[in-house]
Write a protein that binds this ligand. Sequence first.
Ligand code: F6P
Length: 341
Amino acid sequence: MNRLGILTSGGDCPGLNAVIRGAVLGGARAYNCEFEGFRDGWRGVLEGDAVALPIEAVRGISRLGGTVLGTSRTNPITAGGPAVVRESLERRGLEGLIAIGGEGTLAAARILGQAGIKVVGVPKTIDNDLGGTDYTFGFDSAVQTATDAIDRLRTTGESHHRCMIAEVMGRNAGWIALHAGMAAGAHAILIPEHRVSMEQAAAWVLSAHERGRAPLVVVAEAFVPTGREAPYAPRGLDTFGRPRLGGIGFLLEQELQKLTGIECRATVLGHIQRGGAPTAFDRVLATRLGLAAVRTAAIGKWGVMVSLRGTDITTLDLQEALKEPRTVPGYRYEEAASLFG
Ligand code: F6P
């Protein structure tokens, strides 16, 4: 193995550059391996758009947010298929591919692996919703960013005696809401895994208000209040056919103001949570995953994902890795809910 391709695909997150650096430096030092970086994820593979990645190109990048390679939500299966991917790798003399991505990217990598293409997956997402790993890098940074933003909402909320509602990302998992909400001391946290009625949410808001506090509600973008059918997603579907979420905070703003009589203000934190530099935790995790990915390729173990188990980095079959999403278990929600109101 002396030439590998690398790509970042799907929503970006802090830590992607640290994986690229870990893989390129680790590969060059231990295995004399050369890398080509595909631009904008699978789009670059399908269109043959790649750049050489010598070690000089990755120096000092692990502290940078985003991805130096660019990303896209191009689906390689629907937009090209295994034959186009194989031909693109062969044309550049690449033995295999390190694909850094979330659920959509890794599912595509699994299908390509089944078609005989040599791929190692590296899990990333701010959502922390991949069952095959204990944590994804990007999550810790997103939680820190959300917590900082919510702390700011708190000071303005307290000054005006208002109820502040912070909507965070996370897709169908409530991890960012749970962790940022707990860290910020929210009076209510609303997540997709646990239905709550508007009346219950209003009761928590009123109880905090009656104690002289400015109520703080943290809501995950896919939260579904009792009585609604599905997450609030008025903006259609993405290229993987998933609903584009966002805006439930504004529904809560109206409903909670009506039910409590307290002035409410909602803020959707949105892509702010994906931007900026990775935390030290995410840089370390991402670097270790990059090193592990190239080690895995070097021993010819393809069709797997590198993953964090406890404090160790291990590998598991992509099929196995994608079996179950990681959602917030009931006991974690109950623990947080014991402090609501
Ligand atoms: O999966 C990461 C994520 O940021 C989700 O939390 C969010 O729902 C989605 O991506 C937003 O996607 P886009 O950047 O395509 O709007």
